[in-house]
Design a protein around this ligand. Structure first.
Ligand SMILES: *Cc1c(COP(=O)(O)O)cnc(C)c1O
Length: 369
């Protein structure tokens, strides 16, 4: 069976060599030597100033909101993984959905300004599929209205914008190191900042608020373990070749799919991409379902990523209302977008088979009655 993604695993011997060290030191978690080494290597690889390795890509979004003291309205995207909106709701913030651009499916800066009220405190946007948002436009709005910018950069590992890691933009940027992402630590994530004081605050927050023998303030348990750091140390050196292998498979799709019936999101100029996902958009949900069925018959499991549009989930409705905040572009795209399998060791023959199945299924004209 071919799934939409497949986790990369290093040679078992490489991982067990790290385990041997952990067994010798009996230091399993709490700012251990492997965690510190991974943080150093990540900072160097990404060329970012401060980075805190945490337990997952959701808690870091929550920490970002807490660290910036965001409690009220946050303008966010309806086209993301549910974790983006969940983090806002879990922290008691009100998500206000700005629709996406029909070209790249990232938040549309033009849609942000009309939604700003006296209660707006921040913009939380996702760099969808690893492709950068319109960063300058978003920053200009934030500067004009004195808002914080938090990026859910869960998809962006290894991708850069104007020569800098996409993770280096915004007041705070977060990444997920979940097993399904381009770089992973089984479970894990990080938060990135350019500000030394903020980095110190996040360091305390990550570990219950402990500050030496005292408390900095309220904290959470978001620190990750030596076993997870060890996986990261095994995977990180492989990232350039993993991205190169993704790029090759991405190219096979680009060369063979029938683009008279399929469209693809555009890449933001200035982005050096990490080939995290291969989304395709069909003319209708009906076509998407037909293609999905045809792929499933071949034991290929694509994924509707992202579906549904987050503004349509009842728990995201504004308090006291029973209807979704309108985001017609996101609602439309969510119905028609499908991510095809993409991972470093996906065989060329399998890509050929997927392409043939998709091209055949999109070409079928449904019988009319
Ligand atoms: C994966 C993902 C997350 C959540 O990360 P976890 O590490 O699984 O908690 C958040 N946002 C987006 C856009 C994601 O794709």
């Amino acid at each position: 069976m071919i799934n939409v993604t497949k986790s990369y695993l290093p040679e078992l011997d490489e991982y067990t060599a790290y385990l041997k060290g952990i067994w010798e030191r009996v230091h399993l978690t709490n700012d251990g030597p492997l965690l510190r080494r991974l943080e150093d290597e990540l900072k160097e690889f990404l060329d970012v100033k401060y980075l805190k390795f945490c337990t997952n890509g959701t808690i870091v979004l929550q920490m970002a909101l807490k660290a910036l003291d965001i409690k009220k309205e946050v303008i966010t995207t309806p086209f993301s993984y549910v974790a983006t909106t969940n983090a806002l709701l879990w922290e008691g913030c009100t998500p206000v959905f700005a629709d996406i651009s029909p070209d790249d499916y990232n938040i549309d800066p033009e849609k942000i300004e009309p939604l700003i009220t006296a209660d707006t405190q921040a913009i939380m946007a996702t760099h969808v599929y690893g492709n950068a948002c319109k960063i300058e436009q978003i920053q200009a709005i934030a500067d004009k209205y004195n808002l914080k910018v938090i990026y859910d950069a869960a998809h962006t590992f290894g991708a850069s914008y104007n020569g800098k890691s996409i993770l280096s933009y915004g007041d705070l940027s977060t990444c997920s190191f979940h097993a399904t992402k381009v770089f992973h630590t089984v479970e894990g994530g990080c938060i990135v900042t350019n500000d030394a004081d903020m980095a110190q605050k996040l360091h305390y927050m990550r570990s219950f608020g402990h500050q030496n023998d005292n408390y900095y303030g309220v904290g959470i348990n978001a620190k990750n373990s030596e076993l997870h750091a060890a996986m990261g140390l095994c995977v990180l050196p492989k990232v350039p070749e993993l991205i190169a292998a993704r790029k090759e498979r991405f190219g096979y799709y680009d060369n063979q799919l029938d683009f008279s019936k399929i469209t693809r999101p555009t890449l933001t100029p200035g982005v050096d991409y990490n080939y995290a996902y291969y989304p395709v958009i069909f003319d209708s949900e009906e076509t998407l379902l037909r293609v999905t069925d045809a792929l499933k018959a071949e034991d290929v499991m694509p994924r509707r990523y992202f579906y549904p549009s987050l503004n349509t989930l009842p728990f995201t409705f504004r308090p006291g209302t029973t209807t979704a905040q309108p985001c017609p572009v996101s609602e439309d795209v969510s119905l028609r977008v499908l991510c095809l399998p993409l991972y470093p060791d996906l065989a060329e023959a399998d890509v050929d088979r997927i392409v043939a199945t998709v091209n055949l299924a999109v070409g079928i004209v449904p019988e009319s009655v």
